[in-house]
Design a protein around this ligand. Sequence first.
Ligand code: SF4
Length: 214
Amino acid sequence: MKKDMTIIYPEYSGLYINLTNRCPCNCTFCIRQGDQNEFDNVTTLWLEREPSAREVIDAIKAESREERFKNYREFVFCGYGEPTEALDILLEIAAWLKENFDLPVRINTNGLGDLINKKKIAPLLKGKIDTVSISLNSSDPQIYEKTVRPVYKEKAFPALLEFAKEAALYVPKVILSTVDTTITHQDEEECKKICDSLGVTYRIRKYTEPKKNK
Ligand code: SF4
């Protein structure tokens, strides 16, 4: 598999930040499983090695001198892995972003950062992160486990919900999402109830067809 050092890349209207390829899950739908590059703007998001905070900051500084920088509407920790696997450098970079730019900062996460880091991470996000977007996948713990296949097994789903609830205390916007057409409407209604009970937003993301091999 081809590897590179693509640590920042433009996607939608954001500047995305790729810190790590590590992830404790093996989702049935994960785009990392195919050989096909799913991204229009980069060759690969597989990293030769994990970047340091300094390398990411220098890359963003260089990008900020480009004309296209004015088109970015947010920074997004996303990447080809779970961003909270690299929590320390994520927090260092997020703090620097807040000091230097007037753009919101989002994390796209599987919500298992507490289990990964063996501590409650929501309080650490305060003042650094504006939006936490978590893949819920289903309201049913068994469907969730079969779909996400986390190394933490049955501990994962309740940990995700606990993290979401806590994050809502420290982060302005917390979103739990599912993908349309992948679960039943009844499941979606149950997801909405869970989100209401946790005090977070429920979002159904649009399904996008995986790219076909040429
Ligand atoms: S959590 Fe994300 S990176 Fe990890 S296996 Fe699932 S889709 Fe892939």
